[in-house]
Design a protein around this ligand. Sequence first.
Ligand SMILES: [Cu+2]
Length: 124
Amino acid sequence: MRRSLAWGLATALAVAVVLSCGTGSGLIGISTSGGGGNDSTSLQVTVHIQNFAFNPTVVNLSRGGVVIWVWPTDTVLHNVTFSDPALSSPTQAIGTHTVVFTDQGTFNYRCTLHSGMNGSIVVR
Ligand SMILES: [Cu+2]
């Protein structure tokens, strides 16, 4: 358990480094054909981490869409943690985290440092 968590964090860090180096998409593979945008989902959503909450808390996303979490510029550490470590961010006080959601479903996440910091990505 401990080993797999460490591996997940290492993977997330590696991905974060790759993403911050620029090319963008890749975390779990992007489907570039966004396909049918339907009215209540988005292809790209920014979630702001503010006041110990994720805003918006629930994101309705189109399949293949991108979510970008943005940390505030302060000294408080937060993370974005899914049950799948490949989707999760490192714990950090500043920066961004980008995930491409290629599968349909509801993906719940939380900040493991602050109880009550929860969010969901609903991919349709
Ligand atoms: Cu937090």
